[in-house]
Design a protein around this ligand. Structure first.
Ligand code: ZN
Length: 373
């Protein structure tokens, strides 16, 4: 499978999530953590929003982090001028590509769109900026038109193209087909980036499918924060690409819990306990059968070792706990029990859990044992 690269847009598309605002310090901190984790490129914001935004982006540029910084722009001279003020050397130029959006937003037809984007590209190139082209609403556009656009822009020297599922209408099969068709009809050295939204809960699946079809860049956000139902979560895409597709992605995944905490706090969005990869309960086991299996062989009930993402299996006691879990818990405290004691404790733990709808900790368990004697 491909080696995929990541362009993280947590502080651009992520901040577009309704009600989310990152302070300049929070943005700098998030980007510095992403740099430490080894992310190659970060989309840092929209300079056309004004001086405040430009100042923050400039301050991130001044940090001289070991990653590429890219700004989001409409295909307009004034947006490019705003980006130039920030000192970034990558600009992302976005252009509507579906008939509905090019008409509704810009009142332009397909031909006029080609002229508009080429003019913006040549303007950015005058200032020696690296350019990434964003096909907005590509998933509702004619795929042949997208391919033609790529050919024209390729001749203008552009190699990087972002296919955006702006309104979230792809599913894993269409994501694969579209990207495969573009790859087949375009020069082999183009770099295709996939940018998916999560309105149907398919952003991760669609991103992975597009990468399997030949996209070499994935646009992600931490925790999937983003417009509407969000984007493809960085942590899910990376882990699934490695473990399910056996592809390469160079990033230090032990940073995920810290990134998740920081972004959850800064965005004011709660981090669900069951969030894949980083939720606080996703490596907690209560079921008697699972705990027993894990104690005998760690591989019995895991798809990857949580140590890889800075976490570890932990056992909790509750309604579904059995003898093995209870004996293990007490053994950790240096207490050995026999079958009879264990079975009685299972009953007690179950009764408490049923009544209180919660887990039982080691202190409570020891107390139960003491009272039994
Ligand atoms: Zn987006």
């Amino acid at each position: 499978m491909n080696h995929i690269h990541l362009c993280d847009t947590t502080i651009r598309d992520g901040e577009q999530a309704a009600g989310v605002v990152f302070t300049p310090d929070e943005k700098r901190y998030i980007v510095s953590l992403l740099a430490e984790a080894g992310i190659e490129q970060v989309e840092v914001g929209i300079p056309a929003m004004g001086e405040e935004e430009q100042k923050v982006i400039r301050s991130i540029v001044d940090m001289e982090l070991p990653l590429e910084l890219l700004t989001w722009n409409r295909a307009m001279m004034e947006d490019i001028d705003a980006s130039r003020k920030t000192g970034v050397n990558w600009v992302h130029l976005s252009i509507p590509t579906s008939d509905i959006l090019m008409q509704a937003k810009l009142k332009l037809d397909r031909k006029q769109i080609v002229t508009r984007i080429r003019r913006a590209v040549s303007y950015a190139q005058q200032y020696h900026l690296h350019v990434s082209i964003g096909f907005e609403d590509a998933s509702r556009a004619d795929t042949e038109y997208i391919s033609r656009l790529i050919h024209v822009l390729y001749d203008d020297g552009i190699r990087r193209f972002r296919y955006a599922d702006t309104v979230s209408v792809l599913h894993p099969f269409t994501a694969y087909e579209r990207i495969a068709a573009i790859k087949k009809s375009c020069p082999t050295d183009i770099e295709l980036e996939i940018h998916c939204h999560n309105d149907f809960g398919l952003a991760t699946a669609n991103t992975l499918s597009a990468c399997a079809a030949g996209a070499t860049w994935a646009s992600t956000t931490i925790l999937g924060l983003g417009e509407r139902a969000g984007n493809a979560p960085l942590e899910e895409v990376v882990m699934a690409w490695r473990h399910l597709y056996h592809g390469r992605v160079d990033i230090e995944t032990t940073y995920f819990p810290q990134l998740a905490q920081v972004v959850s706090q800064a965005s004011g969005r709660l981090l669900s306990e069951s969030k894949p990869i980083v939720g606080s309960m996703v490596y907690a086991h209560e079921s008697g059968i699972h705990v027993d299996g894990l104690l005998k062989n760690r591989s019995s009930y895991q798809s990857f070792d949580p140590v890889e993402v800075g976490s570890e299996h932990r056992f909790v006691l509750g309604k579904h706990s059995g003898f093995s879990a209870i004996a293990y818990f007490l053994a950790q405290e240096g207490i050995l029990i026999d079958r009879n004691q264990g079975n009685r404790l299972v009953e007690c733990v179950r009764a408490i859990a049923n009544k209180t709808k919660r887990t039982i900790d080691a202190v409570e368990l020891k107390d139960l044992l003491r009272r039994m004697v």
